[in-house]
Design a protein around this ligand. Structure first.
Ligand code: FHN
Length: 398
């Protein structure tokens, strides 16, 4: 079977950005630091020696892997991707290639990736990890830190071969089956990207590699952060996205998207053929912020009832730009109309249908709706009010 199959069907995953940056949470030296939380070391140009001290304080005693996985599961998410090493270089897993890791450098001493991988396996959620292969502000040969190191003296291929690859070997050997290796940004040359790809696949050939390995060598295309393409896109692709405006936790970012917006984004992405990798940024205590949990739970409630119109669905067969009322997904002999803007006059005209319709009904009530089809055009009689307050799904059956 095609190794992409489970991923294509999954549609919805949990991204987790968790690391030392959760301690300052967007504040350094009593100043609020602009931008995304996990970039604080860069944005505030924090010297390694100072940033490193955060590790001594990192003790997320409230972290509970099973709880996190159950939040993902209840949200209807089918895979999980957590930062093993972000740009700050701190390793959130046990590694013998640096002591700058959560087991050796913190009072916590536990390996959250191990616990999460086990909890995922138990719950049937695919486990994956994010690994910053290009930027590493802590390693003298990684890219990006020009305030502690002289960029001219860096030996990137040495870092990639003698540090990144051995760490990937640990991650691909000690944590069970890895669904996704989520590289970020890019790998500078096609040769190095190919070497990296082949190395990963030599250990776990079934692992899916994110598009940001660069050089067109990913197994799917990664869209920009929070970028939803305007139209249907061929091939496999994913949108990584935030619930507020940061990936890593920031104490004062309260700009949470509404549940309605998040469901709309999910449906929009699926209607265009993609996956939605939605991020949470846990606190330094190990808690997924409550506003995220509430929204994920509400998404899960919607998906519990309407998941048939999402999981395993194909891109819209109808031209999306004509659907002023919502979105459309499809699976086997069914077209799913996702109505976000309810036509108050109780009638919906749908043009360009690819096949003759035998039955029409709301997914939630299954009560037949009357309709008339002339050629490719359908007129559907709808109840006067929506059945779901956010997205009422109408099924058209062949
Ligand atoms: O720089 C990172 C950022 O911190 C975050 O990890 C996002 C997630 O897609 N990726 C990078 C920028 O594209």
């Amino acid at each position: 079977m095609d190794k992409m199959q489970w991923w294509r069907e999954a549609k919805f995953g949990m991204f987790i950005h968790w690391g030392l940056y959760a301690i300052p949470a967007g504040v350094w030296d009593d100043k609020t630091i602009p931008g995304i939380g996990e970039w604080i070391m860069f944005t505030a140009r924090i010297p390694i020696k100072e940033y490193e001290k955060l590790a001594e304080q990192f003790n997320p005693v409230r972290f509970n892997a099973e709880e996190w996985v159950s939040i993902a599961k209840q949200a209807g998410m089918r895979y999980l991707v957590i930062t093993a090493k972000h740009h700050d270089g701190f390793c959130m897993f046990d590694t013998k290639y640096t002591d700058y890791n959560i087991v050796k450098a913190t009072p916590f001493k536990r390996d959250p990736l191990k616990e999460l991988s086990q909890a995922c396996q138990k719950e049937g959620i695919r486990f994956g990890f994010y690994y910053s292969q290009m930027l590493d502000w802590h390693h003298p040969d990684g890219m990006g830190n020009f305030w502690d190191f002289d960029p001219a003296k860096k030996n990137f291929s040495k870092y990639l071969r003698e540090y990144v690859m051995p760490q990937l070997e640990e991650l691909l050997t000690n944590y069970g089956p890895i669904g996704v290796v989520w590289f970020d940004i890019d790998t500078p040359t096609p040769e190095l990207a190919r070497e990296l790809r082949e190395f990963v696949l030599s250990i776990q050939p079934e692992t899916i590699i994110s598009g940001r390995i660069g050089q067109n060598l990913g197994d799917y295309q990664e869209r920009g952060d929070n970028e939803i393409p305007p139209t249907v896109i061929p091939g496999d692709w994913e949108t990584p996205a935030t619930i507020n405006d940061t990936w890593g936790y920031k104490s004062y970012d309260h700009n949470w998207k509404s549940t309605g917006q998040l469901i709309y984004n999910l449906v929009d992405i699926v209607s265009k053929g993609g996956n939605y990798l939605l991020n949470v940024g846990p606190t330094a205590e190990g808690i997924i912020p409550e506003p995220s949990v509430v929204r994920l739970k509400e998404m899960g409630e919607w998906l519990w009832l309407n998941g048939e119109s999402i999981y395993g669905c194909e891109r819209s067969p109808l031209p999306l730009e004509k659907l002023w009322w919502g979105k459309c997904t499809m699976k086997e002999n069914k077209i799913y109309l996702h109505i976000f803007a309810w036509p108050w006059y109780g009638k919906l005209e749908v043009a360009d249908l690819p096949f003759a319709i035998k039955k029409a009904y709301p997914l939630l009530t299954k009560e037949s709706l009357s309709f008339k089809q002339e050629g490719n055009n359908l007129t559907l009689i709808l109840p006067t009010k929506p059945i779901d307050p956010i997205d009422t799904v109408i099924v058209l059956e062949k």
